[in-house]
Design a protein around this ligand. Structure first.
Ligand SMILES: [Zn+2]
Length: 316
């Protein structure tokens, strides 16, 4: 991967305007091989290029009064334009490789052996796909602990089978609907989205929460809509999992992750807004306090001890 690609001999002066580099690059980072098209900042290497072969650079001869070549394209000039899609994609993949190597090395094989054959998550989570919402915000050790389903708007309908797997097959004692402030899907659902593609429209149609009054462009209304959507999804969950809640095998919790600081708890905090269908702030806050002060078992409870975690719906 460190093979250097030979400098192109093509002069910028004889290239079509669209192929000219935006600016001379002094970027000196070693880079993997690429085709001439990639060097022009347009596209990734051709998939048809055989590994281990090097494309011969095209020569452009000077004609007539064309000035002698004084400038040469720089290989991987797309690196000079960080907004170039291929540059961003390559950057991401490089980070992926580096981060994964570091992770695997630091974790060690023993770490993976513990859950190589089976998973025993404690929570099924339905969260939004938003890139600003990540499990690290709510669980320092999410592996083998969070069975996570993500889609736009943290909705049940489009992922019903996955949720069912978490609750019925993995028997997680918690089903957490995790919304977030600043949710674009919630805002989109409150606006006119009929020009979107069919697949996207179908998912937005699933966000059937009660619309708060006022313009969604108001932060206060948007925040209210986020909470309304979480509550609607919790209600939807009861249509399928009321029995599990009633017999004490499952608690359904609605919460909002607030990276914008729109809620009272402060940016980055998770606020519970719904516990088994109860949304009264005082009751939900009381529940959260109780959870916080109750000593947690040193280890995860074995499945046979789940009944000890039985949750009874709060009296209305
Ligand atoms: Zn979202």
């Amino acid at each position: 991967m460190s093979r250097l690609f030979p400098f192109l001999l093509a002069s910028a002066a004889v290239l079509p305007a669209g192929c000219k580099p935006k600016a001379p690059s002094t970027h000196a980072e070693p880079a993997p091989s690429a085709s001439t098209s990639a060097a022009h900042g347009h596209a990734p290497p051709h998939a048809s290029a055989k590994p281990g072969t090097t494309t011969q650079p095209a020569r452009h001869e000077s004609h007539g009064s064309t000035p002698a070549k004084t400038r040469f394209l720089v290989p991987f000039a797309w690196e000079a334009d960080q907004e170039n899609a291929f540059a961003k994609g390559r950057s991401f993949l490089k980070n992926l490789i580096d981060d994964n190597e570091a992770f695997a090395r630091s974790a060690g094989s023993t770490h993976f052996r513990a859950f190589a054959d089976t998973q025993k998550p404690r929570a099924t989570i339905v969260a939004c796909s938003d890139s600003r919402v990540q499990s690290v915000a709510i669980d320092a050790t999410p592996e083998n602990d969070l069975f996570t389903i993500r889609n736009i708007g943290n909705q049940l309908t489009s992922s019903a089978g996955s949720v069912d797997y978490g609750v019925h097959h993995l028997k997680t004692p918690v089903l957490l609907i995790l919304g977030h402030t600043g949710c674009g899907a919630v805002k989109a659902a409150m606006k006119d989205y009929k020009k979107e593609g069919e697949a996207l429209k179908k998912e937005l149609d699933s966000l059937t929460f009660e619309r708060p009054k006022g313009s969604v462009d108001s932060d206060a209304v948007w925040k209210e809509a986020v909470v309304a959507n979480v509550n609607a999804q919790v209600r939807g969950a009861f249509a399928t999992y009321a029995h599990e809640v009633e017999v004490g095998e499952l608690m359904i919790v609605g919460a909002v992750y607030d990276f914008r600081g729109d809620l009272e708890a402060g940016p980055g905090r998770v606020t519970f807004v719904n516990v088994n269908g109860n949304t009264e702030p005082a009751k939900v806050a009381s529940f959260a306090r109780a959870v916080k002060v109750t000593p947690a078992p040193a280890e995860r409870p074995p499945k046979t001890a789940r009944s000890a975690l039985a949750w009874r719906p709060l009296a209305h």
